[in-house]
Ligand binder design. Sequence first.
Ligand code: GNR
Ligand code: NI
Length: 172
Amino acid sequence: MTIRPIVIAPDRRLKSKSAPVAQVDDGVRRLMDDMLETMYDAPGIGLAAPQVGVLSRVVVMDLGEEGERKPIRMANPRIVKASDEEAVANEGCLSLPEIYVDVTRPVAVTARYLDENGQELEIEADGLLARCIQHEIDHLDGVLHVDYLSALRRKMILRRLDKQRKVEAEAG
Ligand code: GNR
Ligand code: NI
């Protein structure tokens, strides 16, 4: 498994719609494993393929307790049911370091996806897992947590990240 570089906003790849996986083959399984290693290294609780520059509908997650890994690998995930009840919570994103945004989302969702063996599974989730699934599927549709903010606030945040990148580039 290989740690891949994480794409930082602003970047066109994070605004793009990712393509469905035709078949869960060895290449997709390697991508999933690399994404998990990248996510654990970061560290984060979820990661979507566009965040490592791959525009395929693949996400990984792990909400296991400290020291106990419970990796989840998903290809072509989609929400098939969402609760009417919504909640607001503060979200981070590995592609927008140190930017935290309050996002309103359904409290519970049911998702369908293909696992690493190509088997179709359904998962019922609430709490942080439900939020993470929605956050990752948003990435596959080119949507970031800052897209839930006003255009002005989003612009300010993205400009700040762009400046930060230039400072880091000059520092070498
Ligand atoms: O690590 C992450 N934490 C997190 C916290 C609240 C809601 C969503 C997330 S996902 C994020 C990792 C990430 O950027 N996934 O795309
Ligand atoms: Ni994210």
